[in-house]
Design a protein around this ligand. Structure first.
Ligand code: PGA
Length: 266
């Protein structure tokens, strides 16, 4: 049975852009991609620019995402933002468990798991990040580390496991200009799909979109996105420039095989 997984490219703007700069970037992306139906495009600006960017992309196929959220719906959690607040601003997606949150802000798999459940409860689609450090890769422990992140971050989701998007982001490739080779990325994506299969069944795993993140740029996007288990990208640095981001999205547009719907894979 051949499966169709529509590619998704998300821009993670991290802690960058004032409201005015965010509007300008979103405007440029909208002009280039408003009619792009072949790829799901998601912009994840900082919280402060969500509303403004949401207004720019309103009535286009481009969707809004946040970079983090708290697991409670409301209450005395100074400085935090809840899933319902994100929905209130028309967010559809939320990045959870990014390695920068794990390493700088102490987010554990247990915390990520609580956030994933809260996001699903708030009708947000979680983009859950996993990935090993260079030390872990050099020690040959990358699969063990990534599987443990998956098992614990995605624990007890039942049927809703199928709503998750996973982003494989090797920590050594994030913001370093050093990308995983297409083969390294494909190997890990195939492993992740297998691990998800063990958690929620082969059918769920075969439908799940797995994004690659870590120094994806226009010049390496084509080769990465051509891998059978890479269903899109989570883009940091290159998402801050209209041209680079748009080129990556264009690289994700499927090439049609004769007689098959676009993006069909074995
Ligand atoms: P990068 O970031 O593309 O700048 O490496 C990716 C990410 O952290 O999501």
């Amino acid at each position: 049975m051949k499966k169709f997984r529509k590619k998704l490219v998300a821009g993670n703007w991290k802690m960058n852009k004032t409201v005015a700069d965010a509007q300008k970037l979103a405007d440029g992306i909208k002009d280039a991609l408003a009619d792009c139906r072949e790829v799901d495009v998601v912009l994840c600006p900082p919280f402060t620019a969500l509303k403004a960017v949401g207004e720019v992309i309103d009535a286009t196929s481009i969707k809004l995402g946040a970079q983090n959220m708290h697991w409670e719906a409301s209450g005395a959690y100074t400085g935090e933002i809840s899933g319902s607040m994100l929905r209130d601003l028309y967010c559809h997606y939320v990045i959870l468990g990014h390695s920068e949150r794990r390493s700088y802000f102490g987010e554990t798999n247990d915390v990520v798991n609580r956030k994933v459940k809260a996001a699903l409860g708030a009708k947000l689609i979680p983009i859950v990040c996993v990935g090993e450090t260079l030390q872990e890769r050099d020690a040959g422990r990358m699969q063990e580390v990534v599987e443990s992140q998956l098992v614990h971050s995605l624990a007890d989701l039942g049927e809703r496991l199928g709503e998750i998007i996973v982003a494989y982001e090797p920590v050594w490739a994030i913001g370093t200009g050093r990308t995983a080779s297409p083969e390294q990325a494909q190997d890990m994506h195939a492993f992740i799909r297998e691990a998800v299969g063990k958690l929620g069944g082969v059918e769920t795993a075969s439908k799940m979109r797995l994004l690659y993140g870590g120094s994806m740029k226009p010049d390496n996007a084509v080769a990465l996105l051509a891998q059978p288990d890479i269903d899109g990208g989570l883009i940091g640095g290159a998402a801050l420039e209209t041209r680079a981001f748009v080129e990556i999205v264009r690289a994700a547009i499927p090439k049609r095989e004769p007689g098959l719907p676009a993006g069909t894979v074995e």
